[in-house]
Design a protein around this ligand. Sequence first.
Ligand SMILES: NC(=O)c1ccc[n+]([C@@H]2O[C@H](COP(=O)([O-])OP(=O)(O)OC[C@H]3O[C@@H](n4cnc5c(N)ncnc54)[C@H](OP(=O)(O)O)[C@@H]3O)[C@@H](O)[C@H]2O)c1
Length: 331
Amino acid sequence: MQNRFWRIENRPQGTDFASALALVEEALPELAQGEIRIRNAMLSMDAGTRLWLTDREDGYQPPLPTGAPMTGLVVGEVVASRADGFAEGDLVRAFGVWGALSQVDAVMSGAIKLDPTVEDRRAWFGPLGMNGWTALWGIEETGAAKPGERVLVSAAAGATGVLAVQIAKLLGCEAWGIAGGAEKCGFLTGELGIAGAVDYKAGNVGDQLQVAGGIDVYFDNVGGPMLDDIIPCMNHYGRIALCGLLHDYSSGTRTAPREYDQILMRRLRVEGFFSPDFMDQGERLTARLRGWHEEGKLVMPYDVTQGLENTLSAYAKLFTGGNIGKVIVEL
Ligand SMILES: NC(=O)c1ccc[n+]([C@@H]2O[C@H](COP(=O)([O-])OP(=O)(O)OC[C@H]3O[C@@H](n4cnc5c(N)ncnc54)[C@H](OP(=O)(O)O)[C@@H]3O)[C@@H](O)[C@H]2O)c1
Protein backbone atom coordinates (compact mmCIF):
# COMPACT_ATOMS: atom_id res chain seq x y z
CA MET A 1 0.00 0.00 0.00
CA GLN A 2 1.30 3.47 -0.93
CA ASN A 3 1.54 6.29 1.63
CA ARG A 4 1.83 10.02 0.93
CA PHE A 5 3.62 11.83 3.75
CA TRP A 6 5.88 14.73 4.71
CA ARG A 7 9.55 13.71 4.88
CA ILE A 8 12.27 15.70 6.66
CA GLU A 9 14.86 16.56 4.01
CA ASN A 10 16.98 18.93 6.11
CA ARG A 11 16.85 21.18 9.18
CA PRO A 12 14.46 24.13 8.73
CA GLN A 13 15.72 27.68 9.13
CA GLY A 14 13.21 29.82 11.04
CA THR A 15 9.75 29.21 9.61
CA ASP A 16 10.93 28.19 6.14
CA PHE A 17 9.42 24.72 6.35
CA ALA A 18 8.92 24.36 2.59
CA SER A 19 12.71 24.13 2.07
CA ALA A 20 13.05 21.46 4.73
CA LEU A 21 10.12 19.08 4.29
CA ALA A 22 8.93 17.36 1.12
CA LEU A 23 5.63 15.67 0.34
CA VAL A 24 6.59 12.25 -0.98
CA GLU A 25 4.99 8.90 -1.76
CA GLU A 26 6.39 5.55 -0.69
CA ALA A 27 5.16 1.99 -0.28
CA LEU A 28 4.49 0.90 3.31
CA PRO A 29 6.22 -2.26 4.54
CA GLU A 30 4.16 -5.24 5.71
CA LEU A 31 2.59 -4.69 9.13
CA ALA A 32 4.93 -6.07 11.83
CA GLN A 33 3.79 -7.75 15.04
CA GLY A 34 2.63 -5.07 17.50
CA GLU A 35 1.91 -2.51 14.78
CA ILE A 36 -1.29 -0.78 13.71
CA ARG A 37 -2.04 1.06 10.49
CA ILE A 38 -4.13 4.22 10.98
CA ARG A 39 -5.95 6.12 8.25
CA ASN A 40 -5.29 9.63 9.56
CA ALA A 41 -8.38 11.82 9.71
CA MET A 42 -6.69 14.78 11.44
CA LEU A 43 -3.17 15.94 12.23
CA SER A 44 -2.41 17.97 15.34
CA MET A 45 -0.04 20.92 14.88
CA ASP A 46 2.05 21.29 18.04
CA ALA A 47 4.67 23.97 18.56
CA GLY A 48 6.90 21.70 20.65
CA THR A 49 7.57 19.51 17.61
CA ARG A 50 9.69 22.36 16.20
CA LEU A 51 12.44 21.26 18.62
CA TRP A 52 12.48 17.78 17.09
CA LEU A 53 13.37 19.37 13.75
CA THR A 54 16.59 20.90 15.08
CA ASP A 55 19.80 18.93 15.51
CA ARG A 56 20.00 19.64 19.25
CA GLU A 57 20.84 16.49 21.17
CA ASP A 58 20.15 18.03 24.61
CA GLY A 59 16.38 18.36 24.23
CA TYR A 60 13.83 16.23 26.05
CA GLN A 61 13.96 13.80 23.17
CA PRO A 62 16.49 13.21 20.39
CA PRO A 63 16.00 15.06 17.09
CA LEU A 64 14.03 13.36 14.32
CA PRO A 65 16.54 12.17 11.72
CA THR A 66 16.56 13.68 8.26
CA GLY A 67 15.11 11.28 5.73
CA ALA A 68 12.46 10.23 8.24
CA PRO A 69 8.75 11.04 8.10
CA MET A 70 7.64 14.02 10.17
CA THR A 71 6.07 12.81 13.40
CA GLY A 72 3.08 14.28 15.20
CA LEU A 73 -0.16 13.43 16.96
CA VAL A 74 -2.84 12.00 14.69
CA VAL A 75 -6.45 10.91 15.12
CA GLY A 76 -7.83 8.32 12.76
CA GLU A 77 -9.30 4.91 12.19
CA VAL A 78 -7.39 1.65 12.47
CA VAL A 79 -7.44 -0.01 9.04
CA ALA A 80 -5.19 -2.96 9.94
CA SER A 81 -3.86 -4.30 13.23
CA ARG A 82 -1.33 -6.81 14.49
CA ALA A 83 -1.39 -5.31 17.99
CA ASP A 84 -3.26 -6.69 21.00
CA GLY A 85 -6.26 -4.57 21.95
CA PHE A 86 -6.64 -2.82 18.59
CA ALA A 87 -9.02 -3.88 15.83
CA GLU A 88 -10.02 -2.56 12.43
CA GLY A 89 -12.48 0.30 12.80
CA ASP A 90 -11.19 1.55 16.19
CA LEU A 91 -10.89 5.31 16.51
CA VAL A 92 -7.43 6.07 17.94
CA ARG A 93 -5.00 8.83 18.77
CA ALA A 94 -1.27 8.19 18.50
CA PHE A 95 2.07 9.75 17.70
CA GLY A 96 1.97 8.99 13.98
CA VAL A 97 3.12 10.50 10.74
CA TRP A 98 2.16 13.70 8.91
CA GLY A 99 0.69 11.64 6.10
CA ALA A 100 -2.37 9.88 4.79
CA LEU A 101 -1.51 6.79 6.85
CA SER A 102 0.45 6.17 10.03
CA GLN A 103 1.98 2.74 10.52
CA VAL A 104 3.25 2.61 14.09
CA ASP A 105 4.04 0.32 16.99
CA ALA A 106 0.95 0.61 19.19
CA VAL A 107 2.92 0.82 22.44
CA MET A 108 5.78 3.05 21.30
CA SER A 109 3.40 5.52 19.64
CA GLY A 110 1.28 5.84 22.79
CA ALA A 111 -1.78 4.76 20.79
CA ILE A 112 -5.04 4.93 22.73
CA LYS A 113 -8.57 4.04 21.72
CA LEU A 114 -10.98 6.98 21.76
CA ASP A 115 -14.63 7.09 22.72
CA PRO A 116 -16.41 7.35 19.35
CA THR A 117 -19.48 8.95 21.00
CA VAL A 118 -17.63 12.25 21.52
CA GLU A 119 -19.39 14.36 18.90
CA ASP A 120 -16.60 16.77 17.98
CA ARG A 121 -13.54 14.63 17.31
CA ARG A 122 -11.32 17.71 17.21
CA ALA A 123 -11.65 17.80 21.01
CA TRP A 124 -9.24 14.81 21.16
CA PHE A 125 -6.51 17.28 20.15
CA GLY A 126 -7.79 20.10 22.33
CA PRO A 127 -9.47 19.91 25.73
CA LEU A 128 -9.36 16.10 25.77
CA GLY A 129 -5.88 15.86 24.34
CA MET A 130 -2.29 16.59 25.18
CA ASN A 131 -2.91 20.34 25.34
CA GLY A 132 -5.61 19.74 27.95
CA TRP A 133 -3.41 17.49 30.05
CA THR A 134 -0.55 19.97 29.82
CA ALA A 135 -2.68 22.95 30.80
CA LEU A 136 -4.28 21.18 33.76
CA TRP A 137 -1.00 19.75 35.03
CA GLY A 138 0.88 23.00 34.62
CA ILE A 139 -1.70 25.09 36.46
CA GLU A 140 -2.64 22.67 39.23
CA GLU A 141 0.42 20.49 39.85
CA THR A 142 3.52 22.38 38.72
CA GLY A 143 2.10 25.87 39.27
CA ALA A 144 0.22 24.69 42.41
CA ALA A 145 -2.33 27.46 41.83
CA LYS A 146 -4.72 28.00 44.71
CA PRO A 147 -8.15 29.67 44.65
CA GLY A 148 -7.86 33.44 44.83
CA GLU A 149 -4.34 33.53 43.40
CA ARG A 150 -3.43 35.49 40.29
CA VAL A 151 -2.29 33.33 37.37
CA LEU A 152 -0.61 34.66 34.25
CA VAL A 153 -0.29 32.63 31.02
CA SER A 154 1.80 33.51 27.95
CA ALA A 155 0.79 32.52 24.40
CA ALA A 156 -2.63 32.63 26.04
CA ALA A 157 -4.66 32.61 22.81
CA GLY A 158 -2.94 29.45 21.53
CA ALA A 159 -4.12 25.88 22.11
CA THR A 160 -2.35 25.27 25.42
CA GLY A 161 -2.82 28.83 26.66
CA VAL A 162 -6.55 29.01 25.96
CA LEU A 163 -7.03 25.94 28.13
CA ALA A 164 -4.62 27.10 30.84
CA VAL A 165 -6.39 30.43 31.42
CA GLN A 166 -9.81 28.74 31.51
CA ILE A 167 -8.61 26.05 33.92
CA ALA A 168 -7.07 28.69 36.20
CA LYS A 169 -10.45 30.45 36.24
CA LEU A 170 -12.33 27.19 36.86
CA LEU A 171 -10.07 26.54 39.86
CA GLY A 172 -11.04 29.88 41.36
CA CYS A 173 -7.98 31.88 40.33
CA GLU A 174 -7.81 35.31 38.74
CA ALA A 175 -6.57 34.56 35.21
CA TRP A 176 -4.52 36.91 33.07
CA GLY A 177 -3.14 36.24 29.60
CA ILE A 178 -0.42 37.57 27.32
CA ALA A 179 -1.03 37.43 23.57
CA GLY A 180 -0.04 39.20 20.37
CA GLY A 181 -2.56 41.77 19.15
CA ALA A 182 -5.83 43.39 20.13
CA GLU A 183 -8.01 40.68 18.54
CA LYS A 184 -6.47 37.92 20.64
CA CYS A 185 -6.60 40.00 23.83
CA GLY A 186 -10.24 40.85 23.09
CA PHE A 187 -11.02 37.16 22.66
CA LEU A 188 -9.45 36.35 26.03
CA THR A 189 -11.24 39.03 28.04
CA GLY A 190 -14.43 38.92 25.96
CA GLU A 191 -15.31 35.37 24.95
CA LEU A 192 -13.33 33.65 27.69
CA GLY A 193 -14.06 36.32 30.29
CA ILE A 194 -10.67 36.25 31.99
CA ALA A 195 -9.65 39.10 34.28
CA GLY A 196 -7.23 40.79 31.88
CA ALA A 197 -5.01 40.40 28.83
CA VAL A 198 -1.78 42.09 27.84
CA ASP A 199 -0.72 42.64 24.23
CA TYR A 200 3.02 42.01 24.22
CA LYS A 201 3.33 43.58 20.79
CA ALA A 202 1.83 46.87 22.03
CA GLY A 203 4.42 47.72 24.69
CA ASN A 204 6.45 46.50 27.63
CA VAL A 205 4.69 43.59 29.32
CA GLY A 206 5.97 44.50 32.79
CA ASP A 207 4.58 48.04 32.52
CA GLN A 208 1.24 46.77 31.25
CA LEU A 209 1.04 44.24 34.08
CA GLN A 210 1.20 46.92 36.78
CA VAL A 211 -2.60 47.22 36.72
CA ALA A 212 -2.93 43.52 37.49
CA GLY A 213 -0.91 43.50 40.71
CA GLY A 214 1.59 40.79 41.70
CA ILE A 215 1.54 37.42 39.96
CA ASP A 216 1.42 34.20 42.00
CA VAL A 217 1.74 31.68 39.15
CA TYR A 218 3.27 32.24 35.73
CA PHE A 219 2.49 29.49 33.19
CA ASP A 220 5.26 30.19 30.70
CA ASN A 221 4.85 29.04 27.10
CA VAL A 222 7.36 31.48 25.64
CA GLY A 223 10.55 32.14 27.65
CA GLY A 224 12.74 34.75 25.94
CA PRO A 225 13.27 38.34 27.04
CA MET A 226 9.64 38.60 28.23
CA LEU A 227 10.71 36.64 31.31
CA ASP A 228 12.72 39.63 32.45
CA ASP A 229 9.58 41.76 32.41
CA ILE A 230 7.58 39.16 34.32
CA ILE A 231 9.96 37.92 37.03
CA PRO A 232 9.96 41.33 38.77
CA CYS A 233 6.13 41.22 38.77
CA MET A 234 6.06 37.92 40.67
CA ASN A 235 4.81 37.84 44.26
CA HIS A 236 7.04 36.33 46.93
CA TYR A 237 6.81 32.52 46.96
CA GLY A 238 5.37 32.60 43.43
CA ARG A 239 5.77 29.69 41.01
CA ILE A 240 6.84 29.67 37.37
CA ALA A 241 5.57 26.56 35.58
CA LEU A 242 7.82 26.31 32.53
CA CYS A 243 5.77 24.72 29.76
CA GLY A 244 7.55 25.81 26.59
CA LEU A 245 10.03 28.19 25.02
CA LEU A 246 8.32 29.47 21.89
CA HIS A 247 10.63 32.46 21.65
CA ASP A 248 13.58 30.15 21.09
CA TYR A 249 12.12 27.45 18.81
CA SER A 250 12.48 29.22 15.47
CA SER A 251 15.27 31.60 16.39
CA GLY A 252 17.57 28.90 17.78
CA THR A 253 18.42 31.16 20.73
CA ARG A 254 18.46 30.05 24.38
CA THR A 255 16.61 31.83 27.15
CA ALA A 256 18.76 33.16 29.99
CA PRO A 257 16.87 35.56 32.25
CA ARG A 258 18.84 38.61 33.38
CA GLU A 259 16.55 38.84 36.42
CA TYR A 260 17.72 35.47 37.73
CA ASP A 261 18.63 36.96 41.14
CA GLN A 262 14.96 37.79 41.72
CA ILE A 263 14.27 34.07 41.95
CA LEU A 264 16.18 34.17 45.23
CA MET A 265 15.04 37.62 46.36
CA ARG A 266 11.38 36.67 45.88
CA ARG A 267 11.82 33.00 46.85
CA LEU A 268 10.33 31.82 43.57
CA ARG A 269 10.06 28.21 42.43
CA VAL A 270 10.77 27.58 38.72
CA GLU A 271 9.94 24.11 37.42
CA GLY A 272 9.75 22.64 33.95
CA PHE A 273 7.21 19.96 33.18
CA PHE A 274 6.69 17.65 30.20
CA SER A 275 3.43 15.89 29.34
CA PRO A 276 4.84 12.41 28.49
CA ASP A 277 6.02 12.26 32.12
CA PHE A 278 2.41 12.08 33.30
CA MET A 279 0.87 10.06 30.44
CA ASP A 280 -0.05 7.40 33.01
CA GLN A 281 -2.40 9.97 34.55
CA GLY A 282 -4.10 10.57 31.17
CA GLU A 283 -7.35 8.81 31.96
CA ARG A 284 -7.84 10.72 35.21
CA LEU A 285 -6.94 14.06 33.62
CA THR A 286 -9.21 13.40 30.62
CA ALA A 287 -12.16 12.57 32.90
CA ARG A 288 -11.88 15.95 34.64
CA LEU A 289 -11.35 17.85 31.41
CA ARG A 290 -14.26 16.05 29.78
CA GLY A 291 -16.57 17.02 32.64
CA TRP A 292 -15.76 20.73 32.20
CA HIS A 293 -15.90 20.42 28.42
CA GLU A 294 -19.32 18.77 28.40
CA GLU A 295 -20.67 21.41 30.76
CA GLY A 296 -19.51 24.04 28.26
CA LYS A 297 -17.03 25.48 30.78
CA LEU A 298 -13.90 24.58 28.83
CA VAL A 299 -14.07 25.68 25.23
CA MET A 300 -11.64 25.66 22.33
CA PRO A 301 -11.66 27.58 19.08
CA TYR A 302 -10.23 25.52 16.21
CA ASP A 303 -8.13 26.75 13.32
CA VAL A 304 -8.67 24.07 10.68
CA THR A 305 -6.77 23.69 7.41
CA GLN A 306 -7.98 21.22 4.80
CA GLY A 307 -5.60 18.90 2.95
CA LEU A 308 -2.26 17.25 3.61
CA GLU A 309 -0.59 19.46 0.99
CA ASN A 310 -1.40 22.55 3.13
CA THR A 311 0.15 21.19 6.34
CA LEU A 312 3.22 23.43 6.33
CA SER A 313 1.30 26.71 6.19
CA ALA A 314 -0.89 25.48 9.06
CA TYR A 315 2.23 24.58 11.06
CA ALA A 316 3.86 27.98 10.45
CA LYS A 317 0.94 29.75 12.14
CA LEU A 318 2.21 28.50 15.51
CA PHE A 319 5.41 30.51 15.10
CA THR A 320 3.99 33.60 13.43
CA GLY A 321 0.93 34.02 15.65
CA GLY A 322 -1.56 33.22 12.87
CA ASN A 323 -3.86 31.14 15.07
CA ILE A 324 -6.40 31.48 17.84
CA GLY A 325 -6.83 28.12 19.55
CA LYS A 326 -5.93 24.69 18.25
CA VAL A 327 -4.39 24.31 14.79
CA ILE A 328 -5.54 21.14 13.03
CA VAL A 329 -5.11 19.74 9.54
CA GLU A 330 -8.07 17.71 8.30
CA LEU A 331 -7.39 15.11 5.65
N1 LIG B 1 5.67 20.86 28.37
C1 LIG B 1 4.82 20.16 27.65
O1 LIG B 1 4.60 18.99 27.90
C2 LIG B 1 4.09 20.82 26.53
C3 LIG B 1 3.02 20.18 25.88
C4 LIG B 1 2.31 20.88 24.88
C5 LIG B 1 2.70 22.16 24.55
N2 LIG B 1 3.77 22.73 25.18
C6 LIG B 1 4.21 24.09 24.86
O2 LIG B 1 3.08 24.95 24.85
C7 LIG B 1 3.40 26.08 24.04
C8 LIG B 1 2.23 26.34 23.11
O3 LIG B 1 2.19 25.31 22.14
P1 LIG B 1 0.90 25.04 21.25
O4 LIG B 1 1.22 23.86 20.43
O5 LIG B 1 -0.30 25.04 22.13
O6 LIG B 1 0.87 26.30 20.27
P2 LIG B 1 -0.15 27.51 20.21
O7 LIG B 1 -0.15 28.17 21.55
O8 LIG B 1 -1.44 27.09 19.63
O9 LIG B 1 0.53 28.49 19.15
C9 LIG B 1 1.64 29.19 19.44
C10 LIG B 1 1.31 30.67 19.77
O10 LIG B 1 2.41 31.20 20.47
C11 LIG B 1 2.59 32.55 20.20
N3 LIG B 1 4.01 32.80 19.89
C12 LIG B 1 4.77 32.25 18.91
N4 LIG B 1 6.02 32.73 18.95
C13 LIG B 1 6.05 33.61 19.99
C14 LIG B 1 7.05 34.43 20.54
N5 LIG B 1 8.30 34.47 20.03
N6 LIG B 1 6.75 35.23 21.59
C15 LIG B 1 5.50 35.22 22.12
N7 LIG B 1 4.50 34.45 21.65
C16 LIG B 1 4.77 33.67 20.58
C17 LIG B 1 1.74 32.88 18.98
O11 LIG B 1 0.65 33.70 19.39
P3 LIG B 1 0.83 35.30 19.58
O12 LIG B 1 0.04 35.91 18.47
O13 LIG B 1 0.25 35.54 20.93
O14 LIG B 1 2.28 35.63 19.46
C18 LIG B 1 1.20 31.53 18.51
O15 LIG B 1 -0.12 31.61 18.04
C19 LIG B 1 4.72 25.76 23.35
O16 LIG B 1 5.77 26.40 24.04
C20 LIG B 1 4.84 24.26 23.49
O17 LIG B 1 6.15 23.80 23.44
C21 LIG B 1 4.46 22.08 26.15
